[in-house]
Design a protein around this ligand. Structure first.
Ligand SMILES: NC(=O)C1=CN([C@@H]2O[C@H](COP(=O)(O)OP(=O)(O)OC[C@H]3O[C@@H](n4cnc5c(N)ncnc54)[C@H](O)[C@@H]3O)[C@@H](O)[C@H]2O)C=CC1
Ligand SMILES: O=C([O-])CC(=O)C(=O)O
Length: 313
C-alpha cells in the first residue's frame, strides 16, 4: 500500500492530488489544508470523478489533522502563498518560511520516514530551510522546480521547432527563479539532432528567455501563479519515487561539492527513486554554463541569507 500526502489544498496541491489519483500513482492520497473544509471538499469532488475517469485511489481530505497523514511514503508540501503579477518568487519568503517550517515539523511527527518534496516558493530557499530545520538526510528532502522548468523549456522548443514536445530532449538546471534558471540550449536535441542546428541563435535565445519567465508570464495572464503544469510536475516526481522508476529529473537537492558548490540546495539532474534523491548526475558544462551556474548559486545563496535576517533559521 502506497500513501501520499499533499499539504496545501490550493491550486497546485489539489491539481497534484488529482493527477496522482487519476493516474493511480498511489493507493491512497491525503490532502490537508488549514482552511476548514476545503481539502475535504476538493477530495470529495475528485472522488466523484472516479467512475468517470476509471480510477480507485483512496482519497481523504482533512483540515489540519496530521494524524490522518500517518505513515505516508511521500509528502508534497505546497502550502504557502503564491505570487501576484509583478512579484518575484523571492518576495514570498517572509510568509512562506514560517508555513513551510511548521508543516515539515508536523509531517515528521507522523511520517518520519517519508520522502518530502518541497514546492512552496521561493522553492530553492524553502528546500534549504526545510533540510536545515528537519536535520533529515539530504536524499529524503528535496524540491521540485526543474521538472516544471524543463517541461516549459520543451514546450517552447516544440513551438519553435513545430515538433512534438515528447520527442525533445532538454533540461533546465540552476535555481527556480526568473533570473536564476538555466535552460541548457546547447545540450537540447530533437531526435538526437542538436537544436542549435535547427534554430537560429535569435530563435533559441527567445526560447530560453520565454522559459526563464515561464512562471511570470502565466502569473500575469492568470492573476496568480500557474497550477496545471506545477501540479503535474510534482506528481511526476512522486511517481518516480513511489514506483522506484529512477528517472533522471532536475531536482533541487543539497550539494556537497558537486558542481563546485556546498551548503546550498539548487537544481541539478538527479536519479529519483524510492529513496528520494539517489544520485546526482555530473553534467559536462561548458565554461559559459558553469559561469551561469555559479551566478545562479550566488543568487540562491543571497535569498538563503534572508532566512537568518528574518529569524527563520
Ligand atoms: N516549485 C514550483 O515549481 C512551484 C511552486 N509554486 C508555489 O506553490 C505554493 C502554492 O501555490 P498555489 O497552490 O497556487 O497557492 P494557493 O493559494 O492556491 O494554495 C495554497 C494553500 O496553502 C494553504 N496553506 C497555507 N498555510 C498552510 C498551513 N500552515 N498548513 C496547510 N495549508 C496551508 C492555503 O490555505 C491554500 O489553500 C506557492 O508558494 C507557489 O509560489 C507554484 C507553482 C510552481
Ligand atoms: O511562477 C510562480 O510564482 C510559480 C512557479 O514557481 C512557477 O509556476 O514556476
Amino acid at each position: 500500500m502506497s500513501k501520499v500526502t499533499v499539504v496545501g489544498a490550493g491550486n497546485v496541491g489539489a491539481t497534484c492530488a488529482n493527477v496522482i489519483a487519476t493516474r493511480e500513482i498511489a493507493d491512497e492520497v491525503v490532502l490537508l489544508d488549514i482552511k476548514e473544509g476545503v481539502a475535504e471538499g476538493k477530495m470529495l469532488d475528485i472522488f466523484q470523478t472516479a467512475t468517470l475517469m476509471d480510477f480507485d485511489t483512496k482519497l481523504t481530505g482533512v483540515t489540519n489533522d496530521y494524524a490522518a497523514t500517518a505513515g505516508s511514503d511521500v509528502v508534497v508540501i505546497t502550502s504557502g502563498m503564491p505570487r501576484k503579477p509583478g512579484m518575484t518568487r523571492e518576495e514570498l519568503i517572509g510568509v512562506n518560511a514560517g508555513i513551510v517550517s511548521s508543516v515539515v515539523e508536523n509531517v515528521l511527527k507522523y511520517s518520519p520516514k517519508a520522502i518530502i518534496l518541497i514546492i512552496s516558493n521561493p522553492m530553492d530557499t524553502m528546500t534549504y530551510l526545510a533540510l536545515k530545520k528537519s536535520g533529515l538526510p539530504k536524499n529524503q528532502i528535496f524540491g521540485m522546480g526543474g521538472a516544471l522548468d524543463t517541461a516549459r523549456f520543451k514546450c517552447y522548443l516544440s513551438k519553435a521547432l513545430n515538433a512534438n514536445s515528447n520527442e525533445i530532449e532538454g533540461m533546465v538546471i540552476g535555481g527556480h527563479g526568473d533570473t536564476t534558471m538555466i535552460p541548457l540550449a546547447g545540450k537540447a536535441a530533437y531526435k538526437g539532432i542538436p537544436v542549435t542546428e535547427l534554430l537560429s541563435k535569435e530563435e533559441l535565445d527567445k526560447v530560453v528567455a520565454d522559459t526563464m519567465v515561464g512562471g511570470a508570464t502565466l502569473t500575469k495572464l492568470l492573476g496568480t501563479s500557474a497550477w496545471y503544469a506545477p501540479g503535474a510536475a510534482a506528481a511526476y516526481v512522486v511517481e518516480s519515487i513511489i514506483r522506484d522508476q529512477k528517472k533522471v529529473i532536475v531536482s533541487c537537492t543539497a550539494l556537497d561539492g558537486e558542481y563546485g558548490q556546498k551548503d546550498i540546495c539548487i537544481g541539478v539532474p538527479a536519479v529519483i527513486g524510492k529513496n528520494g534523491v539517489e544520485k546526482i548526475l555530473s553534467l559536462n558544462l561548458t565554461a559559459d554554463e558553469k559561469a551561469l551556474f555559479e551566478k545562479s548559486a550566488e543568487a540562491v545563496r543571497k535569498t538563503n541569507a534572508v532566512l537568518k535576517e528574518i529569524n527563520a533559521l
